[in-house]
Design a protein around this ligand. Structure first.
Ligand SMILES: [Fe+2]
Length: 191
C-alpha cells in the first residue's frame, strides 16, 4: 500500500463520516446522505461552479460531526452546525466552499425576513430550527449579510438545500464527487 496524501486522508475522513452517519435523518424525511447528494445534484443542474457544488454536498457536515461527540465538535469554532462544518472544512478548502456553508443558515434567516411566503414553504424541520437560529433577520442583520461577498453564493446554496429533500430522487453517489473535491483541496493549497 502506498501512503496516502493528506488530501486523500481528509477525503477518506469525510467519506467515512457520510458512510457511517449519512443514514441519520435529522428531522427531515430524507437521510443526511440523500440530502447531501440531492443538494449537490441541484447545484450541478444549476451549473454552479465546482466550489458551490462541493458546498452543497458538504453543507450539513456539521450535523454529522455533532453526532460523533465533542472531540470532533471541538475542531469547529462554535456549537452551530454551519459554523462547525465550515470551521472543519476550512482546514483544506478555500472560502468559496466554506463561506456559503457558514452562511447557509443566515441565508434562510435573510430570505424569511424579505420574503415571508418563503417561510411557509420551508420543511417542518427547517421552520422549527429557524426559531432556534434567531428567526427572521432584523434590518441590521440584513445589512451585514448583504455586505458579505459570499451572500449571493449562500442564497444559491440555500435553494439547493431546500430542493434536496425529495424522497424519490435518483442521484449520483458520494464517490462521484471525489475528483471535484480533490481538485478544490489542491487548488486551496492548504495541505
Ligand atoms: Fe441542508
Amino acid at each position: 500500500m502506498t501512503t496516502s496524501s493528506p488530501a486523500d486522508a481528509f477525503l477518506a475522513e469525510i467519506t467515512d463520516l457520510f458512510t457511517r452517519l449519512g443514514g441519520l435523518h435529522y428531522g427531515e424525511d430524507v437521510t443526511q446522505m440523500e440530502h447531501a447528494l440531492q443538494a449537490a445534484h441541484h447545484a450541478k443542474l444549476d451549473d454552479a461552479p465546482p466550489a458551490l457544488v462541493a458546498a452543497a454536498l458538504l453543507h450539513d457536515i456539521g450535523h454529522l460531526m455533532q453526532k460523533i461527540g465533542e472531540d470532533a465538535a471541538d475542531r469547529g469554532i462554535d456549537t452551530r452546525h454551519e459554523q462547525i462544518g465550515a470551521g472543519y472544512l476550512a482546514r483544506v478548502f478555500g472560502p468559496e466552499v466554506t463561506e456559503p456553508i457558514r452562511l447557509h443558515v443566515a441565508a434562510k434567516r435573510y430570505r424569511v425576513a424579505v420574503d415571508p411566503a418563503y417561510g411557509s414553504r420551508l420543511s417542518d424541520a427547517s421552520q422549527q430550527s429557524l426559531a432556534l437560529q434567531g428567526g427572521p433577520m432584523n434590518a441590521d442583520e440584513i445589512k451585514i449579510f448583504l455586505a458579505d461577498p459570499f451572500a449571493a453564493a449562500a442564497q444559491k446554496l440555500r435553494g439547493y438545500d431546500e430542493a434536496g429533500k425529495d424522497l424519490d430522487a435518483e442521484v449520483a453517489n458520494f464517490e462521484t464527487y471525489r475528483a471535484l473535491l480533490r481538485g478544490l483541496i489542491d487548488q486551496a493549497g492548504k495541505l
